[in-house]
Design a protein around this ligand. Structure first.
Ligand code: URA
Length: 235
């Protein structure tokens, strides 16, 4: 890979700036100053240094965020703050995007990455990746609802959902539930409850495939996935 491309990808500047840094002697490969920014380097076997800092090259990043309410799951938006706006500048150059969407008023697990292949696999309708949600629902969620969800319900547009596992955690005029669904239709959880005449007033995603929300993350916080989490996620 070209040296200027590698450094630009890692957010050290534009190619033009990197050319200047090289000319000024600020860039070293395997300890030796390199004046020509167009040379090819192998990031796996060679050590690249800029301004005295060793570059830890990687192509992909994988971030787990505890999405807060009030921000949209997008890379840009004319009106609202986006989940990408919550990231530190060190991640800007990677151009990460959210894997799937959570509604503006939904909290919880959101994966952000620039690995299009993994994102595609997780979102593919054929893969039936399970997604687990916690919700507070206005109305008494009954055994009958559990059975209906277990068979699949019909949404307002006539779509028949796949069977989903509904667990009632607390039952009353307001109920608390957990729901596992295997697809990701628009507003799916809210619409599933609407199909049985109930309204979701709070929604939080707890897991996606093998990836569980790290409960140590405060709302709006994020961290990189561990090697283990990434392996589990790839399956
Ligand atoms: N289902 C919804 O209704 N909203 C979400 O954000 C996710 C799933």
């Amino acid at each position: 890979m070209r040296l200027d491309k590698l450094l630009a990808n890692m957010g050290y500047g534009t190619r033009k700036e990197i050319k200047k840094f090289c000319k000024s002697g600020a860039v070293k490969v395997d300890g030796k100053p390199v004046k020509d920014s167009s040379i090819h380097v192998d990031p796996d076997s060679q050590e690249v240094e800029i301004h005295g800092e060793i570059v830890q090259y990687r192509e992909f990043v994988y971030l787990m965020m505890n999405k807060p309410q009030g921000v949209v799951s997008a890379t840009e938006d004319l009106v609202d703050e986006t989940v990408v706006d919550l990231l530190d500048p060190e991640f800007y150059a990677f151009e990460v995007f959210p894997v799937g969407r959570l509604d503006k008023d939904t909290e919880g697990l959101l994966l952000l990455t620039n690995d299009g292949k993994l994102a595609h696999e997780l979102l593919s309708p054929k893969k039936h990746v399970p997604k687990k949600y916690f919700a507070i629902v206005n109305g008494r969620v009954t055994e009958e609802d559990v059975e209906k969800f277990g068979k699949g319900v019909t949404l307002d547009d006539g779509y028949e959902t796949l069977p989903a596992q509904l667990t009632v955690l607390a039952q009353g005029s307001i109920s608390e539930i957990e729901l596992v669904i295997y697809e990701g239709k628009y507003h799916q959880v809210k619409r599933m409850f609407e199909s049985v005449g109930k309204k979701v007033t709070f929604l939080k995603r707890l897991s996606m495939g093998a990836l569980q929300l790290d409960e140590d993350l405060e709302l709006g916080e994020y961290r990189e996935l561990t090697e283990e989490e990434l392996e589990f996620l790839r399956g």
